[in-house]
Ligand binder design. Structure first.
Ligand code: ZN
Ligand code: ZN
Length: 482
């Protein structure tokens, strides 16, 4: 066993400069041949578990586009749930579970049979791309044993994979609107025909825009409402009560009215988030008000992408009202990447890998419910585990923006009770930045809980402290344990 040698604050400050030159130096490294360990800023940190919040947890998007190998995904995620739980994740979002028109290749966004979650032979396969019904149920059970909620992706705007049928609402033209036991709906539940799609005897289209004109589901049809969420054996009831899903991620909600999300949630309950693919914060706010459901904060995503990837200027992060989370944090599900943005050829629609952690440092210190994208977690596991722990503990209290300029963004969470809160310092310039900041921490020594900065400044009697952030990086400051 190693002998720990405690050294004075002054020594640590002196060592701070030296340690910078020693790549990978940590308290685990042997600092001297006699087995003594030198204490660096690491050992000054408070034990953050004492601040673990009741409502702690972040969202994990547990897939990416075209996950492989085909048929194995539920088992792959099943092997990860203990680690997700240990990292502070409280919900995992799985792909749309129903059988899609493209069978074993389907990512679930071409729904044909909602009740075939990998048990009927159709579209060339029994299993879905993600596995069998049994593997899905095993995964959900294991997630629940680890206190993780499991969220289903609900694609209820349009259908694919039905049989051809003459459509009187389209002048007798044949369209693929027939879904029954022989035509893409082997389960025999929620069989559909042309009257359940647009146009039909009620109207030509939704109050929202069309998605796929031929098989755009009409939620004004009572039969469609009943099968999706109304009946005791509806899609929603089957997913929640039989399979064990805890909540919903509604796909492409621009293709139907927000009142249908509200109706689903009123009937079945559970966590809910809508994908309203729109960078305008007011569009998002209007949708969460109408549906009662949280939404992904695309406005926050685009502001981060613009400031970090294109403008190279953080000023806009300080502007009022330009994200859903600034208008209504309780309804904002923030994110940095998803299965769509990550495969987008247009760099304006995704945040570059070089800026990923800066973007995560933002969403994992501010209010809103942050989402971690599967591939980002795999790529940046160590840093993201640290940021998630900070979010789950110190990221409490009012958000106060201290500075937002071309190179720097500094934000304070005020804390609450004995929780001291934090100060995020983002720096996108090519040199270390520092600034005297008014903190809530009079006469306290401070440390960066991300380890990006080795400095250990002390706040004076008024709380003023010289904080810093390394070039192209971030630091998250709070008080030390003494
Ligand atoms: Zn309709
Ligand atoms: Zn970009």
């Amino acid at each position: 066993m190693k002998k720990i040698k405690y050294i004075s604050t002054k020594t640590i400050l002196l060592l701070g400069g030296m340690v910078l030159g020693l790549a990978g130096c940590s308290e685990d490294d042997d600092a001297a041949d006699n087995g003594e360990v030198i204490i660096t800023s690491q050992s000054l940190k408070m034990d953050l578990t004492q601040f673990e919040r009741e409502d702690a947890g972040v969202f994990m998007q547990a897939f990416y586009w075209d996950v492989e190998p085909i048929g194995d995904w539920y088992n792959i995620i099943s092997d990860k749930v203990e680690d997700y739980k240990a990292s502070g994740i409280n919900r995992i979002w799985l792909p749309a579970p129903g059988k899609g028109a493209s069978g074993g290749f389907s990512m679930g966004y071409d729904p044909s049979d909602y009740f075939d979650v990998g048990e009927f032979e159709q579209h060339g396969t029994v299993e879905t791309r993600f596995g069998s019904r049994q593997e899905l149920e095993d995964l959900i059970q294991k997630a629940h044993a680890n206190d993780l909620e499991v969220i289903a992706d609900i694609v209820m705007g349009h259908n694919s994979g039905g049989g051809l049928q003459a459509n009187p609402f389209r002048g007798g033209d044949e369209v693929f609107s027939l879904f029954n036991e022989e035509n893409g709906n082997a389960s025999g539940k929620f069989n559909r025909t042309n009257e359940h799609f647009h146009p039909n005897d009620i109207h030509n289209n939704d109050e929202q825009d069309l998605f796929f004109a031929e098989t755009d589901l009409c939620h004004d049809q009572q039969y469609v409402q009943d099968w999706l969420w109304g009946r005791d054996d509806s899609v929603a009831a089957f997913y929640k009560n039989t399979l064990g899903f805890d909540g919903w991620r509604f796909d492409y909600v621009k293709s139907f009215a927000p009142k249908w999300v509200k109706a689903w949630n009123d009937k079945i309950g559970g966590f809910s988030v809508g994908e309203n693919f729109d960078g305008n914060q007011q569009v998002l706010k209007d949708w969460v008000d109408a549906s009662g459901s949280p939404a992904f904060d695309f406005a926050c995503f685009y502001r981060l992408d613009e400031t970090l990837d294109r403008a190279h200027d953080l000023t806009a992060l300080g502007e009022a009202g330009n994200m859903l989370r600034k208008l209504d944090a309780s309804k904002a599900v923030t994110f940095v990447a998803n299965h769509d943005t990550e495969k987008d050829e247009n760099p304006d629609n995704r945040i570059s890998y070089a800026n990923k952690l800066l973007a995560y440092s933002y969403i994992l210190t501010h209010d809103g419910y942050p989402t971690i994208f599967y591939l980002d977690y795999e790529a940046f596991k160590g840093q993201l585990k640290t940021l998630i722990q900070i979010y789950n503990t110190l990221a409490v209290g009012d958000v106060e923006i201290i500075e937002a300029n071309e190179d720097e963004y500094i934000m304070k969470r005020s804390g609450s009770g004995n929780n001291p809160g934090l100060i995020l310092y983002m720096n996108i310039s090519r040199q270390t930045k520092q600034r005297v900041v008014k903190t809530n921490w009079a006469n306290k020594k401070l440390v960066d809980y991300t380890d990006n900065s080795r400095a250990t400044p002390t706040a004076d009697g008024e709380g003023n402290a010289t904080l810093s952030a390394p070039a192209g990086s971030y630091a998250i400051w709070s008080i030390t344990k003494e």
